[in-house]
Design a protein around this ligand. Structure first.
Ligand code: C2E
Ligand code: MG
Ligand code: MG
Length: 547
């Protein structure tokens, strides 16, 4: 700066340029090496900052009168703020903490720069329900408080840390010091939470907290696994377990299956290793098996038997559910249309339809086509549905269900009494059957459980629903349910799900023997008159063997 001319470029400007050249070269080289750390658009936004700077320097060099460098620098800074830092992406708009996006980016940086991190994960297992009970406002304030308590503890311990929040109800506390014994932090947090006021702890108990500590990457191999781990670890912990260490979960077969699900599903589709098994449903009134439920099975060469509880939700997430769903429909229609099924004399087959299948735009056409190809009467199929979390999905679902009902199909609400099916659905859908979930049957060993079940059955009968009770495993349960007025029983007491051939044989044998037994017994007349329900005591030997 001179008094006369103000800001001037003296002879040392050459040095400034030389240093800039070194700085820009190192910067560009570094960015080229670490291409994977940033998403493509952000990488290009940052990289073009260097290009802009070089262009501006060149222009200004040839036209020193145009003071362009400052202008271009401002442009570059603006671009970084808009494209790279994007505050709305880095900060969660509701709770004001660092966002899930920011967590993912941070973990990518840790991964690709070869660094390590210690992470304490906290996920509320039932956050969705609690949020809808408490309302967004109270819930968010509560979460901010939870994060505040953890943050304060880290500050007191002088730990450099960041807390990220994921909207489905999870916190990720990342400690920069990879060797810090984070396992000891969870009991400290728990004791701090328990010492809060009454209001705080009443919510805390409702939220079903699950903690997990992770040393990354030592315990959880790579970035993709780490992200998946953060979502799934609570499912892999025991019901009442609050705290687990990553190694306990990572080595479990269940987690290995979860992370290799995509491979397992593709392999099963390729090798056609899906099978449909059938579980008979017993009618108390007629004393025979009048229907069955189709249940899909997958046996993988490497991981063995994988339950549908695991692979159906995974297939929904990956989009493969459409292929799997088509396969289920194809196989069940082909069975119902076959002479084998006719021989069994069963009234109908129950087929599970997942939410994503019900959202499929071409579902109706597909069903019409199958119905025609296998010559299946719609009254022979009853679809089982559960609840969806999302209102706009519920609308599409309801439209599809109504259309199928018009075509002559009937519907059951599956898993009644769990978080997935509730009374609102019973009232809003054109249902014929309610399937009471096994968990309610399991509660029958307490007086409260019996009261709930008896009243549920009573209420459903009063609104003219047919009732299937699932998961019946012993005679005591069957007798109690019979006296409560249940219509149909499904459970291991009668039979586990069987392969197609086993199933047909089972039904044929049982119907022969039932007829024979019926004709020779007095109570057959009583049961026809409806004064005495048939008891499974009198079941033929062939059925008892399979239990
Ligand atoms: P769900 O539809 O409620 O099926 C009943 C489940 O309870 C079946 O488990 C059946 O094997 C089991 N079960 C029946 N009786 C008893 C019993 O007495 N004791 C015990 N412990 N269990 C019993 P599975 O086959 O493992 O199926 C689990 C869930 O996976 C099903 O629950 C259903 O939601 C889903 N799923 C199965 N097959 C299909 C399918 O083809 N499509 C769709 N979308 N979902 C399916
Ligand atoms: Mg079902
Ligand atoms: Mg069920």
């Amino acid at each position: 700066m001179t008094a006369l001319e103000g800001y001037v470029r003296g002879p040392l400007i050459a040095d400034v340029y030389a240093f800039s050249l070194i700085y820009v070269s190192i910067g560009m080289g570094f960015m080229l090496l670490r291409r994977k750390v940033l998403p493509r658009d952000k990488w290009w936004a940052l990289f073009s900052v260097y290009v802009l700077e070089i262009v501006s320097v060149l222009i200004q060099y040839y036209y020193p009168g145009l003071l362009l460098e400052m202008f271009f620098t401002s442009l570059a800074v603006l671009m970084i703020v808009l494209m790279v830092q994007r505050p709305e992406e880095v900060v969660d708009p509701v709770v004001g903490l660092l966002s899930w996006n920011a967590y993912q980016e941070e973990m990518k940086k840790v991964t690709y720069s070869g660094h390590r991190a210690s992470i304490v994960m906290l996920r509320f297992k039932n956050a969705y329900e609690v949020r809808s009970n408490l309302g967004e406002d109270v819930y968010s304030k509560y979460l901010v408080k939870v994060a505040g308590i953890m943050g304060l503890f880290c500050q007191q311990e002088k730990l450099s840390h960041s807390i990220y929040y994921e909207q489905s109800g999870a916190f990720f506390l990342v400690i920069d010091n990879p060797d810090y014994p984070i396992e000891g932090m969870v009991p400290m947090f728990l004791s701090k939470f328990s010492r809060q006021n009454e209001g705080f702890s009443s919510y805390w108990k409702r939220l079903e907290p699950k903690f997990c500590t992770v040393h990354y990457p030592e315990q959880v191999g790579d970035y993709a696994t780490l992200i998946q781990f953060g979502r799934q670890f609570p499912k892999l912990m025991k019901g009442d377990q609050i705290f687990a260490k990553a190694e306990e979960i990572v080595n479990s077969r269940r987690f290995q299956v979860e992370i290799h699900m995509e491979t397992i599903l593709n392999r099963a589709l390729e090798n056609q290793s899906f099978e449909i098994h059938y579980q008979p449903i017993y009618s108390i009134k007629s004393g025979t098996f009048h229907a069955a439920e189709a249940l899909i099975r997958l046996r993988d060469a490497e991981y063995g038997y994988v339950t549908p509880d695991i692979f159906i939700p995974a297939a929904e997430v990956s989009g493969l559910i459409h292929v799997v769903g088509n396969l289920i429909l194809e196989k069940t229609y082909s069975f119902v249309g076959s002479s084998k099924f006719r021989k069994t004399g069963l009234e109908y087959l129950e087929v599970n339809l997942s939410v994503s299948q019900l959202m499929q735009p071409n579902l109706i056409e597909q069903i019409k086509e199958l119905q025609f190809r296998y010559n299946v009467d719609p009254s022979r199929i009853n679809f089982e549905v559960t609840e969806t979390e999302y209102d706009d999905e519920a609308e599409t679902m309801e439209r599809n269900i109504e259309q199928l009902v018009e075509m002559g199909y009937s519907f059951s609400l599956d898993d009644y009494g769990t978080g997935y099916s509730n009374i609102r659905r019973v009232l809003s859908l054109p249902l014929k059957i309610i399937k009471i979930d096994k968990s309610l049957v399991d509660d029958m060993d307490t007086e409260k459980g019996i009261t709930v079940l008896a009243n549920t059955i009573g209420m459903m009968k009063e609104i003219k629903m047919e009732l299937v009770v699932e998961g019946v495993e012993n005679k005591a349960q069957l007798d109690a349910l019979t006296s409560m007025g249940a219509d149909y029983i499904q459970g291991y007491y009668f039979s586990k799900p069987l392969t197609e051939d086993e199933f047909v044989q089972f039904i044929m044998e049982s119907s022969h023997e039932t007829k024979r037994n019926f004709m020779s017994m007095d109570w057959y007349q009583d049961s026809l008159a409806g004064t005495r329900p048939l008891s499974p005591e009198d079941m033929p030997e062939s059925q008892k063997r399979r239990r």
